[in-house]
Write a protein that binds this ligand. Sequence first.
Ligand SMILES: Cc1ncc(COP(=O)(O)O)c(C=O)c1O
Length: 412
Amino acid sequence: MNEVLRCIECQQEYSIDRIRYSCDCGGLLAVERPLEKLKELQTSLFDQRCLSQKDVDVSGVWRFREGILSIPESEIVTHPEGNTRLYRRKALAHWSGIDDIAFKHEGENPTGSFKDRGMTLAVTQAKRLGANVVACASTGNTSAALAAYAAQAGLKSVVFLPDGKVAMGKLAQALGYGAQCLAITGSFDVAMAMVKDLAERGDVYLVNSLNPFRLEGQKSIIWEILQNLSWQAPDWIVVPGGNLGNTSAFGKALREAYDAGWISKLPRIASIQAEGANPFYKSYQQGLRSLDAMEPETVATAIRIGNPVNFHKAKRVIKDLNGVVEQVTDQEIIAAKLVIDRQGIGCEPASACSLAGAKKLRDQGIIKAHESVVGILTGHMLKDTDAVLQHSGRELEPIRANLEEISKKILN
Ligand SMILES: Cc1ncc(COP(=O)(O)O)c(C=O)c1O
């Protein structure tokens, strides 16, 4: 194995062959490998693999495997995932005021969100380390991804959900794929603290984004975008921020791609929070020195998170990439979602933070008119059908089955 776990605070290293979620000093761990190994890799290798039909090449995660996790191919648990589309639409450019804007739709993953990219890694690693029970706290999407990948790997999965706060599409997936689903009284953060304690006791293998292997998988979102753009980096990457796993993973992916020589410029990153769940935004306003946890509330249930576990990684990324943290209101989220939905693309509310945030940064002149932007749509529209039914501006119209009457109604 080329990889080690390294503490982001004190640089202490640990083997990846043992289960560990944090350093003895309390710092977060990252999966690291020698830079020389990445520099040896040519982007043409990744491009050639797009022509292969092997699952590990078809996967938009494992196509980059030498930079993700060196493991025998036979041990990889892959659906396969990734290979999501990059959408450009005149209406999105017009609404945001940014001519060169594209959206990577991570809702096109097998379980309908970006979580599959991290979960293929976390469950592969769980199996490799002999875990029997895999668990997560979740606002919904992580539970769906975990349940699906655990089912594939033949592992028992347990998910901890904030009671009454999970969109039905996501709960249905977790139940359908066969996870044990526990509704916890309290927010996501309460559920997160509980599953962390269980993991420390050794009862379960934790696959939240605190698990550094999750973030290695999510790096591939960025590498696939760069590949989609023929390895020409955009000026900006705009991403919703909740537990800040993507913000952290994206920064790592960009830094590695740049240091390895795959791209010749480093994009800036914008992490967009919902105003009602904005601890990272508030911290950014005060120089990213510390984070005050809060009681979150937003229509974007996926990012209803008040104490993001990846704060210390994400703050480093914002500093390293000259990034920004912005907030958007629920109204701005719903307005942006409507634009995306009406393009026939669709996304769940949290995802719309990317478009709402890009527009806000453009309006403020932070994103310049000539700059290129890639936003991430993190989850599928059908994940949260309540949000669609409430905010689409359309409703089911009752009508008698009478040809003349129907004809009059549609032509009016
Ligand atoms: C659809 C969606 N968007 C965004 C997020 C937030 O991602 P992160 O925790 O990486 O900030 C989540 C996390 O649950 C999600 O499900």
